[in-house]
Design a protein. Structure first.
Length: 272
């Protein structure tokens, strides 16, 4: 057969990793190589959320070094001992001086041993206010706390004043629908690939095409193909393949919908 008569390979879909901690120390030894692997896999953009105030400057330095990476700044509920009320004022001033693409990662975590939920809520509510006042989306961590997160969202702004995404979503279809009513999407990653994740599988089949973002949460939450390994953004196509198979759609169609939704939510440009 004449090679010139072969059909052209389908172009690789552009992907946005909507939640990657690419700034953390697990990538210090091979960050350049990990970035190159992600680009080669079609992951042209990453949203990189901060979790504690003292990490924000280092996060900004990583994001500035790699095209297609975008910073978010937040105070994560799992690091409550690190946070101080002054950090909220620092965050508000920082956002006023130079805008990130989102506020977060922030939220509520009821899975922690002896969680101080009132203190978590104090930090979360103020970060919601900062996002609302700045017109920025919110990246939310909600572990066994989706209903409580919804209550906070309704209190601060709801659909008219807030938008965002609940990352690594593990709630019900009904909760996802209520979040959508209030302007929030959900994102899913590696846990979706496990056979036992039947609830997530049903969720993926039920969601509208533009209601789901893709993520890795690298270096955490690897999929079944990388169990026990460090996760990285280059593995996002495996999440895409799982979603496409569950929905009975082409990977290209799922990628197009997810990428467009991520760019709308975070105000990202088309990839260079």
């Amino acid at each position: 057969m004449n090679p010139s008569a072969l059909p052209a390979a389908a172009p690789q879909p552009e992907l946005v990793d909507s939640h990657s901690h690419f700034d953390v120390g697990e990538f210090d030894a091979d960050r350049d190589a990990a970035y190159a692997r992600a680009r080669a896999a079609g992951v042209v953009q990453q949203v990189v959320p901060g979790v504690i105030a003292r990490s924000w400057d280092a996060l900004d330095a990583v994001v500035a070094r790699y095209p297609g990476l975008y910073a978010a700044w937040g105070l994560h509920p799992c690091y409550l001992a690190e946070h101080r009320p002054a950090h909220l004022a620092e965050l508000r001033a920082r956002v006023a001086a130079r805008r990130p693409v989102a506020i977060g990662e922030c939220g509520l975590d009821a899975f922690l041993p002896q969680p101080d939920l009132p203190a978590q809520e104090t930090y979360f509510l103020e970060q919601l206010r900062i996002a609302r006042d700045a017109g920025l989306p919110v990246i939310v961590h909600a572990r066994r706390a989706v209903d409580a997160v919804l209550k906070c969202i309704r209190r601060i702004g709801g659909r008219e004043g807030l938008s965002g995404v609940v990352h690594s979503f593990a709630g019900s279809i009904e909760q996802a629908e209520r979040l959508r009513e209030h302007g929030f999407l959900v994102s899913l990653g590696g846990p979706l690939s496990y056979e036992r994740a039947q609830r997530l599988h049903r969720l993926v089949r039920a969601l509208p095409a533009d209601g789901l973002l893709l993520e890795t949460d690298a270096p955490d939450q690897p999929g079944v193909q990388h169990r026990g390994e460090r996760n990285e953004p280059a593995y996002l196509p495996e999440v895409l393949a799982t979603v496409a198979a569950l929905r009975g759609e082409s990977p290209a169609a799922v990628a197009a919908a997810s990428t467009a939704a991520a760019r709308r939510l975070f105000g990202l440009p088309a990839a260079a």
